[in-house]
Design a protein around this ligand. Structure first.
Ligand SMILES: *Cc1c(COP(=O)(O)O)cnc(C)c1O
Length: 355
Protein backbone atom coordinates (compact mmCIF):
# COMPACT_ATOMS: atom_id res chain seq x y z
CA UNK A 1 0.00 0.00 0.00
CA UNK A 2 1.13 3.53 -0.65
CA UNK A 3 2.05 5.35 2.55
CA UNK A 4 -0.65 7.67 3.87
CA UNK A 5 1.46 10.33 5.55
CA UNK A 6 -0.93 11.76 8.08
CA UNK A 7 -3.20 8.93 9.17
CA UNK A 8 -3.62 9.37 12.94
CA UNK A 9 -2.71 6.40 15.18
CA UNK A 10 -5.68 4.49 16.65
CA UNK A 11 -7.13 6.34 19.62
CA UNK A 12 -5.59 9.71 18.69
CA UNK A 13 -7.72 12.74 19.61
CA UNK A 14 -8.77 15.19 16.87
CA UNK A 15 -5.91 17.44 15.74
CA UNK A 16 -6.05 20.62 17.83
CA UNK A 17 -2.90 22.34 16.57
CA UNK A 18 -2.11 21.51 12.97
CA UNK A 19 1.51 22.31 12.16
CA UNK A 20 1.66 19.52 9.59
CA UNK A 21 1.44 21.79 6.58
CA UNK A 22 0.03 25.09 5.36
CA UNK A 23 -1.89 22.94 2.86
CA UNK A 24 -4.26 21.89 5.66
CA UNK A 25 -5.93 25.26 6.15
CA UNK A 26 -9.72 25.19 5.82
CA UNK A 27 -11.67 27.81 3.87
CA UNK A 28 -13.15 30.36 6.28
CA UNK A 29 -16.86 31.27 6.27
CA UNK A 30 -15.99 34.54 4.47
CA UNK A 31 -14.06 32.66 1.78
CA UNK A 32 -16.91 30.18 1.36
CA UNK A 33 -19.30 33.10 1.05
CA UNK A 34 -17.19 34.51 -1.81
CA UNK A 35 -17.30 31.07 -3.45
CA UNK A 36 -21.09 30.88 -3.08
CA UNK A 37 -21.50 34.19 -4.84
CA UNK A 38 -19.07 33.44 -7.72
CA UNK A 39 -20.25 34.04 -11.24
CA UNK A 40 -19.28 30.97 -13.24
CA UNK A 41 -19.12 29.60 -16.78
CA UNK A 42 -17.34 26.87 -18.74
CA UNK A 43 -13.64 27.42 -17.97
CA UNK A 44 -12.42 25.00 -20.61
CA UNK A 45 -14.47 26.88 -23.17
CA UNK A 46 -13.03 30.22 -22.03
CA UNK A 47 -16.32 31.38 -20.52
CA UNK A 48 -15.74 31.55 -16.76
CA UNK A 49 -15.63 35.23 -15.77
CA UNK A 50 -14.27 34.54 -12.27
CA UNK A 51 -11.38 32.46 -13.64
CA UNK A 52 -10.66 35.29 -16.11
CA UNK A 53 -10.63 37.80 -13.27
CA UNK A 54 -8.22 35.65 -11.25
CA UNK A 55 -5.90 35.16 -14.24
CA UNK A 56 -5.95 38.88 -15.13
CA UNK A 57 -5.14 39.82 -11.56
CA UNK A 58 -2.33 37.27 -11.35
CA UNK A 59 -0.78 38.34 -14.66
CA UNK A 60 -0.80 41.95 -13.42
CA UNK A 61 0.59 41.01 -10.00
CA UNK A 62 3.44 39.02 -11.57
CA UNK A 63 4.09 41.51 -14.36
CA UNK A 64 3.51 38.86 -17.05
CA UNK A 65 1.32 38.97 -20.14
CA UNK A 66 -0.89 36.00 -19.36
CA UNK A 67 -1.92 33.46 -16.75
CA UNK A 68 -3.64 30.10 -16.53
CA UNK A 69 -5.63 28.53 -13.70
CA UNK A 70 -4.73 24.92 -12.88
CA UNK A 71 -5.93 22.49 -10.22
CA UNK A 72 -2.57 22.16 -8.43
CA UNK A 73 0.98 23.41 -8.12
CA UNK A 74 2.30 20.07 -9.28
CA UNK A 75 0.34 20.45 -12.51
CA UNK A 76 1.85 23.93 -12.94
CA UNK A 77 5.36 22.44 -12.78
CA UNK A 78 4.44 19.61 -15.14
CA UNK A 79 2.70 21.89 -17.67
CA UNK A 80 5.56 24.43 -17.53
CA UNK A 81 8.24 21.80 -18.06
CA UNK A 82 6.29 20.21 -20.92
CA UNK A 83 5.89 23.65 -22.50
CA UNK A 84 9.53 24.71 -22.12
CA UNK A 85 11.22 21.38 -22.89
CA UNK A 86 11.35 18.41 -25.24
CA UNK A 87 11.84 14.83 -24.04
CA UNK A 88 15.50 14.23 -23.24
CA UNK A 89 16.18 17.85 -22.34
CA UNK A 90 17.83 18.63 -19.04
CA UNK A 91 16.38 20.82 -16.31
CA UNK A 92 18.84 22.25 -13.79
CA UNK A 93 17.34 22.43 -10.28
CA UNK A 94 18.40 22.09 -6.67
CA UNK A 95 18.86 18.56 -5.32
CA UNK A 96 16.10 19.18 -2.73
CA UNK A 97 13.57 20.43 -5.28
CA UNK A 98 9.91 19.43 -5.33
CA UNK A 99 10.18 18.34 -8.99
CA UNK A 100 12.78 15.73 -7.95
CA UNK A 101 11.25 14.42 -4.74
CA UNK A 102 7.55 15.03 -4.52
CA UNK A 103 5.92 14.72 -7.93
CA UNK A 104 5.62 10.94 -8.07
CA UNK A 105 8.43 10.55 -10.61
CA UNK A 106 6.41 12.48 -13.15
CA UNK A 107 9.43 13.80 -14.99
CA UNK A 108 10.53 10.27 -15.82
CA UNK A 109 6.97 9.07 -16.35
CA UNK A 110 5.48 11.99 -18.28
CA UNK A 111 7.67 14.96 -19.18
CA UNK A 112 10.70 12.88 -20.20
CA UNK A 113 13.21 15.47 -18.99
CA UNK A 114 16.19 14.64 -16.83
CA UNK A 115 16.98 16.79 -13.84
CA UNK A 116 20.51 17.84 -12.90
CA UNK A 117 20.60 18.17 -9.11
CA UNK A 118 22.53 21.20 -7.86
CA UNK A 119 24.01 21.32 -4.37
CA UNK A 120 24.08 24.23 -1.96
CA UNK A 121 22.76 25.32 1.42
CA UNK A 122 19.07 26.20 1.96
CA UNK A 123 17.91 24.88 -1.41
CA UNK A 124 19.96 27.47 -3.32
CA UNK A 125 23.06 27.70 -5.48
CA UNK A 126 25.11 30.56 -6.86
CA UNK A 127 25.66 31.90 -10.36
CA UNK A 128 29.24 30.53 -10.27
CA UNK A 129 27.98 27.08 -9.31
CA UNK A 130 25.44 27.21 -12.12
CA UNK A 131 28.15 28.29 -14.58
CA UNK A 132 30.19 25.26 -13.50
CA UNK A 133 27.18 23.03 -14.30
CA UNK A 134 26.94 24.17 -17.94
CA UNK A 135 27.68 21.23 -20.21
CA UNK A 136 29.59 21.42 -23.45
CA UNK A 137 27.18 21.21 -26.38
CA UNK A 138 28.13 17.92 -27.98
CA UNK A 139 26.26 14.91 -29.29
CA UNK A 140 27.07 13.17 -25.99
CA UNK A 141 25.52 15.66 -23.62
CA UNK A 142 21.83 16.13 -22.82
CA UNK A 143 20.60 19.47 -24.14
CA UNK A 144 20.24 21.81 -21.19
CA UNK A 145 17.04 23.75 -21.59
CA UNK A 146 15.62 25.07 -18.32
CA UNK A 147 16.65 26.52 -14.98
CA UNK A 148 14.16 25.83 -12.19
CA UNK A 149 14.22 27.48 -8.75
CA UNK A 150 11.90 27.31 -5.74
CA UNK A 151 10.93 30.53 -3.98
CA UNK A 152 10.72 29.86 -1.04
CA UNK A 153 12.85 26.71 -0.99
CA UNK A 154 10.70 24.16 0.86
CA UNK A 155 13.19 21.49 1.98
CA UNK A 156 15.69 24.35 2.06
CA UNK A 157 13.87 25.44 5.24
CA UNK A 158 11.45 27.92 3.72
CA UNK A 159 14.48 30.04 2.85
CA UNK A 160 14.15 33.08 0.60
CA UNK A 161 16.42 33.43 -2.43
CA UNK A 162 17.86 36.96 -2.29
CA UNK A 163 16.66 38.90 -5.32
CA UNK A 164 20.20 39.55 -6.60
CA UNK A 165 20.97 35.82 -6.53
CA UNK A 166 17.73 34.96 -8.33
CA UNK A 167 18.61 37.46 -11.03
CA UNK A 168 22.22 36.28 -11.25
CA UNK A 169 21.35 32.61 -11.83
CA UNK A 170 18.65 33.59 -14.33
CA UNK A 171 21.20 35.69 -16.24
CA UNK A 172 23.52 32.69 -16.52
CA UNK A 173 20.64 30.54 -17.80
CA UNK A 174 19.47 33.12 -20.34
CA UNK A 175 23.08 33.61 -21.46
CA UNK A 176 23.07 29.94 -22.45
CA UNK A 177 19.73 30.25 -24.23
CA UNK A 178 17.83 28.32 -21.54
CA UNK A 179 14.43 29.33 -20.22
CA UNK A 180 13.83 30.05 -16.53
CA UNK A 181 10.99 28.72 -14.37
CA UNK A 182 10.08 29.56 -10.79
CA UNK A 183 8.19 27.16 -8.54
CA UNK A 184 6.46 29.82 -6.47
CA UNK A 185 4.38 27.53 -4.27
CA UNK A 186 5.14 29.95 -1.39
CA UNK A 187 6.19 32.96 -3.44
CA UNK A 188 4.05 35.36 -1.41
CA UNK A 189 5.78 34.26 1.79
CA UNK A 190 9.08 35.23 0.14
CA UNK A 191 7.75 38.59 -1.06
CA UNK A 192 6.28 39.48 2.35
CA UNK A 193 9.43 38.36 4.22
CA UNK A 194 11.81 40.21 1.88
CA UNK A 195 9.59 43.24 1.30
CA UNK A 196 9.97 42.80 -2.47
CA UNK A 197 7.05 43.29 -4.89
CA UNK A 198 6.08 40.04 -6.66
CA UNK A 199 6.68 41.44 -10.14
CA UNK A 200 10.21 42.46 -9.18
CA UNK A 201 10.87 39.09 -7.52
CA UNK A 202 9.91 37.17 -10.68
CA UNK A 203 11.09 39.60 -13.37
CA UNK A 204 13.96 37.34 -14.53
CA UNK A 205 11.74 34.25 -14.79
CA UNK A 206 9.97 33.32 -18.01
CA UNK A 207 7.33 31.36 -16.11
CA UNK A 208 6.22 31.41 -12.50
CA UNK A 209 3.33 29.97 -10.54
CA UNK A 210 1.74 30.61 -7.18
CA UNK A 211 -0.09 28.05 -5.09
CA UNK A 212 -3.35 29.18 -3.47
CA UNK A 213 -3.57 26.10 -1.25
CA UNK A 214 -0.50 26.80 0.89
CA UNK A 215 -0.45 29.81 3.20
CA UNK A 216 -3.11 31.60 1.16
CA UNK A 217 -5.75 29.24 2.47
CA UNK A 218 -7.83 28.42 -0.62
CA UNK A 219 -9.18 24.88 -1.06
CA UNK A 220 -7.93 24.31 -4.60
CA UNK A 221 -5.88 25.82 -7.39
CA UNK A 222 -2.64 27.39 -8.55
CA UNK A 223 -1.95 29.97 -11.27
CA UNK A 224 0.85 29.72 -13.84
CA UNK A 225 2.01 32.98 -15.46
CA UNK A 226 4.16 33.79 -18.48
CA UNK A 227 4.12 35.38 -21.92
CA UNK A 228 1.08 35.15 -24.21
CA UNK A 229 3.04 32.78 -26.39
CA UNK A 230 4.04 30.53 -23.46
CA UNK A 231 0.55 30.38 -21.94
CA UNK A 232 -0.92 29.79 -25.40
CA UNK A 233 1.24 26.69 -25.86
CA UNK A 234 0.72 25.63 -22.23
CA UNK A 235 -3.04 25.39 -22.88
CA UNK A 236 -2.55 22.33 -25.07
CA UNK A 237 -0.80 20.56 -22.15
CA UNK A 238 -3.48 21.67 -19.68
CA UNK A 239 -6.05 20.10 -22.01
CA UNK A 240 -3.99 16.93 -22.56
CA UNK A 241 -3.46 16.37 -18.83
CA UNK A 242 -7.11 16.88 -18.02
CA UNK A 243 -6.44 20.12 -16.22
CA UNK A 244 -9.10 22.05 -18.12
CA UNK A 245 -12.08 22.64 -15.87
CA UNK A 246 -15.73 23.60 -16.16
CA UNK A 247 -17.26 25.90 -13.50
CA UNK A 248 -13.83 26.55 -12.00
CA UNK A 249 -14.94 30.01 -10.90
CA UNK A 250 -16.29 28.49 -7.67
CA UNK A 251 -12.70 27.80 -6.64
CA UNK A 252 -11.14 30.78 -8.43
CA UNK A 253 -13.36 32.99 -6.23
CA UNK A 254 -11.59 31.56 -3.17
CA UNK A 255 -8.23 32.46 -4.77
CA UNK A 256 -9.39 36.03 -5.46
CA UNK A 257 -10.55 36.25 -1.85
CA UNK A 258 -7.08 35.05 -0.78
CA UNK A 259 -5.37 37.73 -2.91
CA UNK A 260 -7.50 40.37 -1.19
CA UNK A 261 -7.30 39.12 2.40
CA UNK A 262 -4.57 36.58 3.03
CA UNK A 263 -1.31 38.05 1.74
CA UNK A 264 -0.34 40.77 4.22
CA UNK A 265 -1.24 38.48 7.10
CA UNK A 266 1.55 36.04 6.09
CA UNK A 267 3.79 38.27 8.25
CA UNK A 268 1.89 36.88 11.29
CA UNK A 269 2.76 33.33 10.21
CA UNK A 270 6.41 34.34 9.97
CA UNK A 271 6.33 35.90 13.45
CA UNK A 272 4.68 32.73 14.81
CA UNK A 273 7.36 30.59 13.15
CA UNK A 274 10.09 32.67 14.80
CA UNK A 275 8.37 32.34 18.20
CA UNK A 276 8.10 28.59 17.70
CA UNK A 277 11.80 28.36 16.80
CA UNK A 278 12.77 30.40 19.88
CA UNK A 279 10.71 28.08 22.09
CA UNK A 280 12.07 24.89 20.53
CA UNK A 281 15.65 26.14 20.84
CA UNK A 282 15.21 26.05 24.65
CA UNK A 283 14.55 22.29 24.62
CA UNK A 284 17.59 20.18 25.37
CA UNK A 285 18.90 18.18 22.42
CA UNK A 286 16.83 20.09 19.85
CA UNK A 287 18.60 21.95 17.06
CA UNK A 288 16.44 24.50 15.25
CA UNK A 289 17.14 26.24 11.96
CA UNK A 290 16.34 29.95 12.10
CA UNK A 291 13.13 30.28 10.04
CA UNK A 292 12.96 32.96 7.34
CA UNK A 293 9.27 32.38 6.59
CA UNK A 294 6.60 29.95 7.84
CA UNK A 295 8.50 26.64 7.89
CA UNK A 296 10.37 25.58 11.03
CA UNK A 297 12.74 22.64 10.63
CA UNK A 298 14.29 21.06 13.69
CA UNK A 299 16.61 18.18 14.37
CA UNK A 300 15.80 15.97 17.36
CA UNK A 301 18.64 13.46 16.97
CA UNK A 302 20.18 14.86 20.20
CA UNK A 303 17.10 13.81 22.20
CA UNK A 304 17.26 10.08 21.50
CA UNK A 305 13.83 10.08 19.85
CA UNK A 306 13.24 9.57 16.15
CA UNK A 307 10.98 11.71 13.97
CA UNK A 308 8.22 9.12 13.44
CA UNK A 309 7.98 8.41 17.19
CA UNK A 310 7.72 12.12 18.03
CA UNK A 311 5.02 12.54 15.37
CA UNK A 312 3.05 9.69 16.90
CA UNK A 313 3.44 10.99 20.47
CA UNK A 314 2.34 14.45 19.37
CA UNK A 315 -0.65 13.07 17.55
CA UNK A 316 -1.79 11.48 20.81
CA UNK A 317 -1.63 15.03 22.22
CA UNK A 318 -3.64 16.48 19.33
CA UNK A 319 -0.68 18.06 17.54
CA UNK A 320 0.40 17.34 13.97
CA UNK A 321 3.90 17.95 12.57
CA UNK A 322 5.59 16.43 9.51
CA UNK A 323 8.90 14.69 8.94
CA UNK A 324 10.96 15.81 5.97
CA UNK A 325 14.53 14.86 5.08
CA UNK A 326 15.25 13.35 8.55
CA UNK A 327 14.07 16.45 10.34
CA UNK A 328 10.80 17.54 11.88
CA UNK A 329 8.91 20.26 10.02
CA UNK A 330 6.38 22.48 11.73
CA UNK A 331 4.51 24.85 9.53
CA UNK A 332 2.61 27.98 10.59
CA UNK A 333 -0.44 29.23 8.69
CA UNK A 334 -3.73 31.03 9.08
CA UNK A 335 -5.28 28.37 11.31
CA UNK A 336 -2.39 28.63 13.82
CA UNK A 337 -2.50 31.39 16.45
CA UNK A 338 0.20 32.76 18.79
CA UNK A 339 -1.28 31.01 21.90
CA UNK A 340 -1.22 27.71 19.96
CA UNK A 341 2.52 28.21 19.42
CA UNK A 342 3.14 28.43 23.19
CA UNK A 343 1.04 25.35 23.72
CA UNK A 344 2.82 23.46 20.94
CA UNK A 345 6.22 24.21 22.50
CA UNK A 346 4.99 22.90 25.88
CA UNK A 347 3.62 19.73 24.29
CA UNK A 348 6.72 19.08 22.20
CA UNK A 349 8.90 19.54 25.28
CA UNK A 350 6.73 17.06 27.20
CA UNK A 351 6.68 14.53 24.36
CA UNK A 352 10.47 14.66 24.05
CA UNK A 353 10.96 14.31 27.80
CA UNK A 354 9.26 10.96 27.64
CA UNK A 355 12.14 9.76 25.39
C1 LIG B 1 3.36 22.11 -2.40
C2 LIG B 1 4.46 22.35 -3.36
C3 LIG B 1 4.31 22.03 -4.71
C4 LIG B 1 3.10 21.32 -5.25
O1 LIG B 1 1.92 21.99 -5.09
P1 LIG B 1 0.51 21.19 -5.00
O2 LIG B 1 -0.49 22.28 -5.12
O3 LIG B 1 0.52 20.49 -3.68
O4 LIG B 1 0.48 20.23 -6.14
C5 LIG B 1 5.36 22.31 -5.55
N1 LIG B 1 6.48 22.90 -5.10
C6 LIG B 1 6.65 23.23 -3.81
C7 LIG B 1 7.92 23.89 -3.38
C8 LIG B 1 5.65 22.95 -2.89
O5 LIG B 1 5.85 23.25 -1.60
Amino acid sequence: MVHAPNRPPPGAPPVRINLYSDTQTRPTPAMKDAMMRAEVGDEQHGDDPTVHELCDRMAALMGKEAAMYLPSGTMCNVVAILTHCQKGDEVVAHETSHILHSEGGTHAALTGVQIMPMRGPKGMFTADELRAAIRPKTRYTPPQRLLEVEQTANIGGGAVWPLAQLNAVAAVAHGEGWATHMDGARLMNACVAAGVAPKDMVASYDSVWLDFTKGLGAPLGAVLCGSNEFIGRAWRWKQRLGGSMRQGGICAAACIYALDHNIDRLAEDHANAKALARGLAQIEGVKVEDPETNLVFFDISGTGMDVARLQEKLQMRGIAVSGLGGRVRACTHLDVTAPMIDEAVTEIRAALKAA
